[in-house]
Design a protein around this ligand. Structure first.
Ligand code: GLP
Length: 243
């Protein structure tokens, strides 16, 4: 695993943007796996800036998002569909038909998950998958205990994730309790993985995930087995690790 230490959130965002920029420049038809949450916000604004400066062209890029809440419509500001359009897609020249996000309003969630996995394969698989790290070690919405062999599937979120995500919702009862997520196997099939982590609050889970045993209790720990992973983390997130 390649570990890049950043000084702070902005530095992490710039360093991660360098990696995505290199990917898109070297392979303009890349399939990017994208993530939501607070971690990638700075990275996305970096990509937007670089696009505006004429340094990046997304016209042939395709994207697949990691996950989506079940029960939130596209126009719900908390849906990941809304998030991606607001923070990235409408600010760069990616074609809307080249962007893919699981359908949060699917009536048959299981079928939608299977179709999503097939769509990823039809694109030729993911060239570079961006990930954030959940407080309990989840990636996408693969919560502790999820089998490593899972493909895209529906999940019931754990209390800790519902609690962590409640900061984005007005009322606790508005926080979705279910989601559709790429599985660990879907993520591990990506040719390259970039995971970004910042802040003191994640220092303990960073140590467990990248320096502890590989266990389904810490889903991100499986990334230790992937042949091409880059962790970009700030000094606070790496503060409990001996590099
Ligand atoms: C959510 C998302 C994950 C994300 C995680 C961390 O649960 N499903 O994909 O990585 O939150 O979020 P944050 O970056 O805000 O800490």
């Amino acid at each position: 695993m390649n570990i890049i230490k950043a000084t702070d959130y902005n530095d992490m965002s710039r360093k991660a943007a360098n990696i995505i920029s290199a990917q898109v420049t070297l392979n303009p038809s890349s399939v990017l796996g994208l993530a939501t949450g607070s971690s990638p916000l700075g990275l996305y604004s970096q990509l937007v800036e670089r696009y505006k400066q004429g340094d990046l062209d997304f016209s042939r890029v395709k994207s697949v998002n990691l996950d989506e809440y079940l029960g939130l419509a596209h126009d719900n500001p908390q849906s990941y569909y809304y998030f991606m359009n607001e923070n990235l897609f409408t600010k760069i020249n990616i074609s809307p038909e080249n962007t893919h996000i699981p359908d949060g309003m699917a009536t048959d969630g299981q079928k939608a998950c299977e179709e999503y996995e097939q769509a990823i394969r039809a694109l030729g698989g993911i060239d570079l998958q961006l990930l954030g790290l959940g407080n309990n070690g989840h990636i996408g919405f693969n919560e502790p205990g999820t089998g490593f062999e899972q493909l895209t599937h529906c999940v019931a979120l754990t209390d800790s994730t519902i609690q962590a995500n409640s900061r984005f919702f007005e009322k606790p009862e508005d926080v979705p309790t279910k989601a559709c997520t790429m599985g660990i196997k879907s993520i591990m099939m990506a040719r390259k993985i970039l995971i970004i982590v910042n802040g003191k609050g994640k220092a303990d889970i960073v140590r467990k995930a990248f320096f502890g045993p590989v266990t389904t209790e810490v889903p991100a720990s499986i990334l230790q087995m992937h042949p091409d992973v880059t962790l970009v983390a700030d000094a606070e997130a790496l503060s409990l690790c001996t590099l």
